[in-house]
Ligand binder design. Structure first.
Ligand SMILES: NC(=O)c1ccc[n+]([C@@H]2O[C@H](COP(=O)([O-])OP(=O)(O)OC[C@H]3O[C@@H](n4cnc5c(N)ncnc54)[C@H](OP(=O)(O)O)[C@@H]3O)[C@@H](O)[C@H]2O)c1
Length: 313
């Protein structure tokens, strides 16, 4: 029954996403990753999903919440869900898990429809402290399990944290576990002790930082790549970039849509943040056009191959 519904979802996605998705799968990009689609609400947009290395389906576009706190945070999360976002990305260090939880509650949507991610901050690295930090996070969000829990940064006792996270998966408290800001070498190191390989590596990537080292590694591995700051948080004039604007004009799409479509066509899950409901809707309207080879090549020339957030490294 489960397999049957996955097959139906997969057919719906293939129909919608057209040749690129087919070509991508045939080319074997992200070989262990299968794709499907989930339908949404107010906008009626189906968000394609990716099958993670443990079989869990994850929406390929989600909603980022860094800096979203208080009433704006609650309203933004609730608006994002109402327009169709189902993946919500938060973290202990954002100091907003309770606001995210309140936004979820106000949306009125069934918890099971959502894909909620939170992250373990570096101060809590280690076996015991990871278990405690996880409990604190789910209590703040007001849920009894997480869909995805990530080690936020590769610092401290990663091995101890990972063991605790694997146990939380086995106990049914987390559906998938992964990491964030890990290099390919750090992922390779984990293979020595990890019983479960990371389902996700969430890293900085956008048109100005295309991760030419990590990208091929992750595409060939069973770890799905997820983009944080898919718009470089607006830095380096991304929303005024003439190259992106002219590609957008050709497809009758905005710069944000060109950027998100670019992530999508690279098989990268993106989690744009917004406080503006029109922007949220715009950010979901990316499944009805396709960037061609020339567009993709042109965008590859925008790469500066460096972070836009030097203050965080
Ligand atoms: N793992 C990590 O270490 C890490 C680090 C950083 C971020 N993250 C995650 O990644 C998420 C996204 O990154 P981010 O928050 O840094 O920034 P981002 O999503 O790259 O950019 C957000 C900015 O884009 C604007 N924007 C959004 N949609 C737009 C549209 N359609 N047209 C014009 N402007 C638009 C927003 O303004 P408006 O509000 O006006 O729309 C906001 O100023 C975070 O929220 C967080 O969940 C993770």
């Amino acid at each position: 029954m489960k397999n049957k519904s996955i097959k139906i979802e997969r057919r719906a996605f293939l129909k919608q996403s057209g040749q690129f998705a087919v070509a991508t799968m045939l080319m074997g990009l992200g070989t262990s990753k299968l794709f499907a689609a989930l339908s949404s609400s107010e906008t009626n947009i189906s968000i394609p999903t990716v099958k993670l290395n443990n079989g869990l389906l994850m929406p390929r576009v989600g909603f980022g919440t860094n800096t979203l706190k208080g009433d704006i945070g609650i309203r933004s999360v609730s608006d994002a869900i109402s327009v169709g976002f189902r993946l919500i990305d938060t973290a202990h260090i954002y100091g907003n898990e309770e606001f995210v939880g309140e936004g979820i509650k106000r949306s009125g949507i069934d918890r099971k429809e959502l894909f909620i991610t939170s992250k373990l901050w570096v101060d809590f690295a280690g076996y015991e402290s990871t278990k405690k930090a996880f409990e604190t996070s789910i209590n703040k969000i007001g849920v009894d399990y997480l869909d995805l829990y990530l080690i936020h940064r590769p610092k401290g006792d990663v091995k101890g944290s990972w063991k605790a996270m694997e146990e939380l998966v086995k106990a049914g408290k987390i559906r998938a576990i992964g990491v964030s800001n890990f290099t390919s070498e750090q992922l390779e190191d984990m293979k020595e002790y990890a019983e479960m390989q990371p389902a996700i590596n969430q890293i900085e990537t956008h048109v100005f930082f295309q991760e030419k080292d990590s990208y091929p590694y992750l595409q060939a591995s069973e770890t799905q790549m997820e983009a944080w700051s898919p718009f470089a948080a607006g830095r380096n004039g991304i929303f005024e970039n003439e190259t992106l604007a002219s590609i957008g004009k050709k497809h009758n799409k905005s710069i944000s849509q060109v950027c998100l479509r670019w992530h999508f066509q690279r098989n990268v899950v993106a989690i744009p943040r917004s406080t503006n409901k029109d922007h949220m809707i715009e950010n979901l309207n990316i499944f009805d056009f396709e960037l061609d080879e020339v567009d993709m090549k042109t965008i590859s020339t925008l790469d500066l191959n460096r972070t836009q957030f030097p203050e965080w490294t």
